[in-house]
Design a protein around this ligand. Structure first.
Ligand code: FAD
Ligand code: N01
Length: 542
């Protein structure tokens, strides 16, 4: 292993075993794990601190939507007992503090170069190494390159006419100012009603003089019922933490739960009502996504759940016309990620809040002073974009990654990402992705999926090293097989019918492909384990 040395600019020029892109939860655990296995690791991170998602998304109301006792690392039992979450769904500042606590506890920052964006990575076939170029001009080389660059880390560029014209402050939920924003007395526009919009709108409405929400597609949202961690959630963890975490690893979505065998289409209305109400009361996504075994497969079963959510919306929103506008009808429940909220629908009963339906009146243009819509010129003091991300592939293809024979990853993925298990891609030796497209990723509790990928990649590198080999890459047959399986799994569900970011449909020009693997965390883990058990099945090592 070669040495690293400081350059005049303070940036390090290094030859390391592994370069990791990103210091969110994936990058932090990778660094800790690989370092413990004796690898020399350099993490490169655009931000000036750790945390990833929880570093960038500082908008009011930002929280997790998987209960925090589940959305937590499990790799070290001592870490688990050293940290206590204060709420069922912790706030962004608390989750960021947790990431910082982890970085301090394992002394991770000394191998993270902050303020450094990875711009390019080229495979040097003669040396069997990745040559990496960054924004600091530091040149690194590494035997392995791991993209821990995040699935929701590249905010979408506003694709709205005149977006650059507005003269007042413009905010993006995914890049919120660290010092916070005071909207007191202001006329504020929020564009977008996905999870980020739905979490921030109630709090912005409380502060602003007037809030106008620009909605293109209404989303389904469930009240989170936030508060202290419920005793019934704490109890199984405290009774047997190992068993609880093991159950999460072998569950469908990374949170222990018993999937139902009840089909909506074959059960009577009283069962529908009882099951829906029980799920609704939990204030959790996984129960409401699993009211019926067939709700993501058949429109008639799905319609039972969707209809009942719409009834809940109508019961809260006083103005019937507004309630109708807020009721999703253009996509099946769960085919876009549903939201968890605190007082979202109630916000539309406030006198200072107005909803603009962009389906009826599209934005003509953003102007110097506001937004022109449907023949009306509205004036604003601030505009907030809650318009989402170039999800799953955005951060990966933003880096100019060139593999064997000059093939670029962006070129190979022009019609959609092609991977083996969402972990690797043919033509790109010693290249790995954490929670990449083709893995359960964003359809799961990401902490469980991150840990599984980090463990799998680490074990893979250890096997390679102990076998005295230097490169690993999937075979074309294995990759094609996984792609077929992954797309087949999605095709039997309702997911592909929606214009969701899961389908890449939110970014103009992005290929329409279902990005994550829908077969479940449990089935996926079994497939990954089988690859190892069968002597690195589908992988070519040399
Ligand atoms: P990230 O946290 O996105 O970190 C990636 C890092 O890579 C970033 O810091 C980024 O700056 C850096 N990076 C990217 N490209 C480069 C480059 N070229 N050079 C250098 N650095 C680079 N998931 C859940 O399971 N449950 C939840 O409740 C949940 N809540 C969420 C709430 C919000 C607001 C958002 C946006 C996402 C949420 N997610 C949730 C998904 C969340 O992204 C993951 O849970 C998790 O935090 C991802 O960790 P990561 O390390 O893989 O990626
Ligand atoms: O982004 P989104 P997000 N003109 O893409 C609208 C996670 N997350 O940041 O649906 C007008 O969901 C767009 O409309 P449409 C979670 O996984 C979790 O909110 O494309 N409107 C939509 O309403 C989540 O799913 C939490 O028609 C435009 C909105 O903007 C993912 O991150 C919190 C538009 C974007 O919604 C992304 O969530 C936050 C345009 N040109 C995020 N372009 C938790 O609660 C887009 N829109 C844990």
């Amino acid at each position: 292993m070669a040495d690293s040395s400081a350059t005049a600019g303070g940036a390090r020029a290094a030859d390391v075993d592994v370069v990791v892109v990103g210091a969110g939860f994936a990058g932090l655990y990778l660094l800790h794990k690989l370092r413990g296995l004796g690898f020399r690791v350099q993490v490169l991170e655009t931000a000036d601190d750790v945390g990833g998602t929880w570093y960038w998304n500082r908008y009011p109301g930002a929280r997790c939507d998987i209960p925090t006792t589940d959305y937590t690392y499990s790799f070290d039992p001592a870490l688990e007992t050293a940290w206590t979450w204060s709420e069922k769904y912790a706030t962004q500042p608390e989750i960021l503090r947790y990431a910082q606590f982890v970085a301090d506890r394992y002394d991770l920052r000394r191998d993270i170069q902050f303020n450094t964006k990875v711009e390019a990575a080229h495979w040097d076939a003669a040396a069997n190494r990745w040559r990496i170029r960054t924004s600091t001009d530091a040149k690194l080389s590494a035997q392995h390159l791991v993209m821990a660059s995040g699935c929701l880390s590249v905010p979408k560029t506003p694709d709205i006419p005149g977006a650059g014209r507005f003269q007042g402050p413009v905010y993006s939920t995914g890049r919120w100012p660290h010092q916070g924003v005071d909207f007191t007395g202001q006329r504020v526009a929020v564009i977008g009603t996905g999870s980020s919009g739905i979490q921030s709108i109630p709090l912005i409405a409380e502060q602003a003089a007037q809030l106008t929400v620009f909605q293109r597609t209404p989303n389904y949202s469930i009240p989170a019922g936030n508060g202290p961690v419920a005793p019934e959630r704490r109890a199984p963890l405290e009774a047997n933490r190992d068993a609880y975490r093991l159950a999460a690893k072998w569950s469908r979505a990374g949170v222990p739960s018993e999937p139902t065998q009840i089909y909506g289409r074959y059960s009577p209305p009283d069962v529908h009502a009882e099951r829906f109400e029980a799920a609704w009361k939990t204030g959790e996504l996984i129960p409401i996504l699993g009211v019926f075994a067939d709700q993501i497969l058949f429109p008639d079963s799905n319609a039972i759940v969707a209809g009942k959510v719409r009834e809940k919306i109508r019961a809260v929103v006083h103005n019937p016309e507004t309630a109708e506008l807020l009721s999703p009808k253009d996509h099946h429940f769960g085919t876009k990620r549903p939201c968890l909220d605190t007082g979202y629908y109630q916000t539309y009963n406030r006198p200072n809040v107005r909803l603009v339906d962009l389906r009826r009146q599209p934005i003509t243009s953003i102007t110097e002073t506001g937004i022109d819509v449907g023949g009306e010129s509205m004036r604003f003091d601030a505009i907030v974009y809650a318009t989402g991300f170039d999800a799953m592939t955005g951060a990966i293809v933003a880096v100019d990654i060139t593999g064997r024979d000059g093939v670029t990853l962006k070129g190979k993925w022009a019609a959609g990402p092609i991977t083996y298990l969402g972990l690797m891609s043919v033509g790109f030796p010693n290249f790995f992705m954490v929670t990449g497209p083709g893995s359960p990723s964003v359809l799961s509790n990401m902490m469980v999926s991150i840990e599984q990928h980090v463990d799998w990649i680490s074990d893979c590198l250890v096997r390679l090293r102990s076998d005295g080999l230097s490169t690993i890459e999937p075979t074309p047959q294995a990759e094609a097989g996984w792609m077929q399986h992954s797309q087949d799994c999605a095709a039997i569900t309702l997911f592909p019918s929606a214009d969701s970011w899961y389908m890449g449909a939110n970014v103009p020009g992005k290929p329409r492909v279902f990005l994550p693997y829908v077969g479940g965390v449990d089935a996926y883990r079994k497939a990954c384990d089988e690859v190892v058990a069968r002597g690195d099945l589908g992988l070519r090592r040399s």
